[in-house]
Ligand binder design. Structure first.
Ligand SMILES: Cc1cc2nc3c(=O)[nH]c(=O)nc-3n(C[C@H](O)[C@H](O)[C@H](O)COP(=O)(O)OP(=O)(O)OC[C@H]3O[C@@H](n4cnc5c(N)ncnc54)[C@H](O)[C@@H]3O)c2cc1C
Length: 470
């Protein structure tokens, strides 16, 4: 018995050695692919689909048990703009357009060219244009359907932890799983974690928030049912007609409730978004100064967010005509984190570039999203000098110092105001499609992503439906 015990202890010491600062664990499974996409939000979904369709053996590794990222686990809706400001031309096409068309066919979305001001845009008449709602379940299912049909190997419940490097190249990625540590090797890697986790662990330089520890506010989304749409719409129409800005946003009601100690959030305006099934998504529970990379801070903000939500529902029922009978339907499973790390890329899109619609030799998509920074209780808008769409270059997806890594989505290389605009769902799809296509083409051509012929990439993107007007 004693011998068995010491043998067991010896084996344990051999396979798990840890001190205060490090831990070594055995790898329990190894997988291999051409392109490894890490993170299955809007950017990761499009990356994986584009990579697989371009012929690469593609794995999509996601920590949760579903796709969609903030769009589903965060209950974030509606789709922000994907059109020109006049709503007449769809700018973000390709995988995003196909995704939306499939959802529209199932009754799970409204086509972005069919939005109605004051109704589905849910009282948003300033700052953004052409918001269209979608059904969360339809989003999840459509993403899985398109990934599976395209040949993506989906792996849920893999939490990326670290990479191994060989010079400036990632040689393996490691994931925490219920089964122990899994190792995945790939020719190219795409960081779609939103937070730039892979870039960070691989030594790529980055900026956090405003570069001086300032960070945008976080929000916990929720949905309510039982809202009287007719009453809310009539109120909105009346306020719009009379130019009653404060009335439109129920600012006086919020002020009164706050004075009575019955409004727990920093928000000064009501923010309800009508969904297809008559429920409403609400973006009113907010916390400031939360580091989205610190699990304890995120936990505390989630706990506080759910407390705020309970009080906000009471406020809606008591103060907002039309919401007297509303009840809480769901709270988001994860906190809505607007910003953490943005990698420094081969090119970092500047605010001036976006303001003036600067053209690049390597455009991968164009958009016209507003630049808005969410601060404690208000939103800062950065005005543009033109209504023309602006472009995003391929180099914004190429982190410095790591040669076989691309980034897409919220962690791509752009100055803060630009990222505040292109981090919304449609542009994240567009970045993802470009990153996935480039990663797969680079495997096919046996060249590093940074040395890929951009004209070939642009031709392929256009062939796959991406809109790139001259
Ligand atoms: C409060 C808030 C409100 C918003 N409102 C809107 C809106 O109304 N309309 C709109 O269009 N956009 C909105 N957005 C923006 C948009 O939802 C996100 O910026 C967008 O989803 C970013 O896409 P992404 O793919 O880069 O990242 P995410 O959506 O964050 O997806 C990242 C994915 O990676 C996974 N992941 C992260 N780390 C790891 C890891 N270490 N290992 C494995 N997997 C990992 C996550 O689980 C997730 O699935 C909002 C965002 C927030 C926070």
């Amino acid at each position: 018995m004693k011998i068995k015990l010491s043998l067991l202890l010896l084996i344990l010491t051999l396979i798990v050695s840890c001190d205060n600062n490090s831990v070594k664990l055995p790898v329990t499974r190894t997988l291999e692919c051409d392109v490894l996409v890490i993170g299955g939000g809007p950017a990761g979904i499009a990356s994986a689909i584009a990579s697989a369709r371009t012929g690469a053996n593609t794995i999509l590794a996601e920590k949760n048990g579903l796709l969609g990222g903030m769009a589903t686990t965060g209950l974030v809706a509606p789709f922000m703009s994907s059109t020109t400001p006049d709503g007449k031309t769809l700018l973000i096409r390709g995988v995003f357009e196909e995704f939306v068309n499939r959802m529209v066919a199932k009754g799970g979305a409204i086509h972005p060219l069919n939005y109605k001001i004051g109704s589905y845009t849910a009282y948003r008449n300033k700052g953004h244009h052409g918001l269209t709602t979608f059904d969360y379940e339809c989003f999840k299912r459509t993403a899985e359907e398109m990934c599976v049909e395209s040949g993506v190997n989906l792996y849920y419940h893999l939490l990326f932890m670290k990479t191994d490097m060989s010079g400036d190249k990632i040689s393996a990625a490691y994931f925490a799983t219920k089964d122990g540590v899994w190792k995945i090797t790939a020719k190219n890697y795409i960081d779609c974690t939103g937070d730039g986790d892979v870039a960070y662990q691989s030594g790529a330089p980055y900026v956090y928030g405003d570069g001086e520890n300032g960070i945008q506010a976080v929000s916990l989304f929720f949905t309510v049912r039982g809202v009287d749409k007719a009453k809310m719409d009539a109120h909105n129409e009346k306020c719009l007609k009379n130019g009653d800005y404060e009335g439109q946003w129920y600012m006086n009601e919020i002020k009164a409730a706050r004075e009575a100690g019955e409004f727990p959030s920093w928000r000064n305006k009501i923010a309800l978004f009508e969904n297809l099934d008559g429920s409403y998504t609400v973006n009113m529970a907010q916390s400031d100064g939360v580091d989205g990379l610190d699990p304890k801070q995120v936990t505390d903000a989630e706990v506080d967010g759910r407390f705020q939500i309970q009080e906000i529902v009471k406020f809606l029922r008591k103060y907002v005509d039309g919401c007297q009978n509303c009840t809480l339907a769901a709270t988001a499973a994860e906190l809505g984190v607007r910003e953490t790390r943005r990698v420094l890329g081969e090119y970092n899109v500047t605010t001036e570039d976006a303001k003036n619609s600067v053209k690049y030799p390597d455009p991968i998509f164009c958009c016209a999203n507003h630049m808005d920074i969410h601060k404690k209780g208000y939103v800062d808008y950065v005005a543009r000098n033109t209504n023309d769409p602006y472009y995003i270059p391929y180099r914004a997806l190429l982190p410095q110092k790591v040669s076989n890594l691309l980034v897409a989505g919220r962690c791509a290389a752009a100055e803060r105001p630009v990222m505040a605009a292109i981090r919304v769902i449609p542009p994240c799809f567009a970045m993802g499609q470009a990153a996935g296509t480039a990663a797969a083409l680079s495997v096919k051509k046996a060249v590093e992503p940074k040395k890929l012929d951009v004209n070939e990439l642009i031709s392929k993107l256009k062939e796959d439906g991406v809109y790139l007007p001259e």
